[in-house]
Ligand binder design. Structure first.
Ligand SMILES: [Zn+2]
Length: 310
C-alpha cells in the first residue's frame, strides 16, 4: 500500500496523467557553438534553457577543423549558431552550406557572430589576400582571451537568447548579472597579479595571444610561425633564437595543439621556457570553464615572468 502511495506521488511529481500542453515550449533551444569557449559562455547565460553542442574539439587548432557528418547533422537541427566571425573558422561556410539550415545563415535570426561589438586588434589598413596562405585577414580573430571582451560577448548571447525566447528573459538576466559580477572580481585580481610585469615581452608560436597580452600589459610581436597559419621555417627559427637571446625574453607561449618539437629545440638553444596556455575552454583539464581558463593563463604567465625577473 505504502509502495502504491509512493508510486502515485512519484507519477504526480513527474506529471504523468497530465499531458503537458507546455511541454513543447519547455524544450531547450538547440544551439551549436563552433568553439568550446562559446559553448561554455552560452551554457553560463542560457542555463537549462539551452542544449549546446560544440563543433571544434578544444585540443585541435580551431582554424583547421574538418567537420564530421555528425557535425553537419548538429547544424541542420540547430536553432542558433554561435561563432567567432572573421576568418577564425575557415571551415564554417562549407559546414553551413552542407547543413543547408538557412535559419543560421549570415544575418539571419539564428546566427550570432560574436566578433560584432568587439574592438578588434591588428585590422589591416589594406586588402589582404589569402594567396600566400595568409589567415587573420580581417584583423586578429582570437579576441575572447581578453576577459574584458567576455562582457560584450556575454551581453550579445543574452540579447540573442531574449530575442529567441523572451519568456525566459528573467533567467537569462540573472545568469548574465552573476557572470559579470564574478568576471569583474576576477579581472581586478588578475590585473593586480600582472601589474609588476607591465611592458615585458614574450614570443609566441602562432599569433593568437594579442588580446590576452593587451589585457596583461605585456608585449608579443614575434612568432615562430613566419605568418599566421604557416609552420615555422628554419630561417624564422634562427631569427627567433637570436631575438630571444638579444632581448632576454623568458618564454615562448603556445597553445597545446601545436607541435612542441620546434619550441622545445629553441628553448633548449636559448634557455627560454615554453609556456602552454589554453586558447579554449577544456583544452587542458585546468581550463574547465571560461573563468578557470583565464585564471590558468594568468597564473602561468605570472609564474614564468617571476622566474624571468630573478
Ligand atoms: Zn589564428
Amino acid at each position: 500500500m505504502r509502495h502504491l502511495r509512493n508510486l502515485v506521488a512519484a507519477l504526480l511529481l513527474v506529471g504523468v496523467g497530465h499531458p503537458l500542453a507546455s511541454e513543447a515550449k519547455e524544450q531547450p533551444i538547440p544551439v551549436v557553438a563552433t568553439l568550446s569557449t562559446f559553448a561554455d559562455l552560452m551554457k553560463t547565460i542560457g542555463g537549462a534553457r539551452v542544449n549546446v553542442s560544440t563543433i571544434a574539439p578544444a585540443t585541435f587548432n580551431p582554424h583547421f577543423i574538418e567537420p564530421k557528418p555528425s557535425d553537419v547533422l548538429k547544424v541542420k537541427r540547430a536553432a542558433l549558431l554561435i561563432h567567432a566571425g572573421l576568418d577564425l573558422e575557415l571551415w564554417r561556410g562549407p559546414l553551413l552550406d552542407a547543413a543547408g539550415n538557412t535559419k543560421l545563415f549570415p544575418g539571419q535570426p539564428g546566427e550570432l557572430d560574436l566578433s560584432q561589438g568587439i574592438a578588434l586588434l591588428e585590422v589591416p589598413d589594406h586588402v589582404v589576400s589569402r594567396i600566400e596562405g595568409d589567415i587573420h585577414i580581417y584583423g586578429n580573430p582570437h579576441y575572447w582571451l581578453n576577459p574584458e571582451n567576455a562582457k560584450p560577448m556575454a551581453q550579445a548571447i543574452y540579447d540573442k537568447l531574449c530575442a529567441l525566447d523572451p519568456a525566459s528573459e528573467q533567467d537569462y538576466h540573472r545568469n548574465l548579472q552573476q557572470f559579470l559580477a564574478q568576471l569583474d572580481q576576477k579581472i581586478s585580481a588578475w590585473k593586480a597579479k600582472l601589474a609588476p610585469y607591465h611592458g615585458r615581452e614574450l614570443v609566441g608560436y602562432h599569433n593568437e595571444w594579442p588580446y590576452l597580452m593587451h589585457f596583461a600589459g605585456l608585449r608579443m610581436g614575434r612568432f615562430l610561425e613566419p605568418k599566421p597559419g604557416i609552420p615555422p621555417t628554419p630561417k624564422q627559427v634562427q631569427f627567433i633564437e637570436g631575438y630571444l637571446r638579444d632581448q632576454r625574453i623568458p618564454a615562448i607561449v603556445q597553445a597545446t595543439y601545436f607541435p612542441r618539437q620546434t619550441s622545445d629545440a629553441v628553448a633548449k638553444d636559448t634557455g627560454a621556457a615554453v609556456v602552454l596556455l589554453c586558447q579554449n575552454v577544456k583544452e587542458l583539464p585546468a581550463c574547465s570553464d571560461y573563468l578557470s581558463m583565464l585564471e590558468y593563463n594568468v597564473t602561468q604567465l605570472v609564474r614564468v615572468l617571476e622566474k624571468g625577473a630573478s
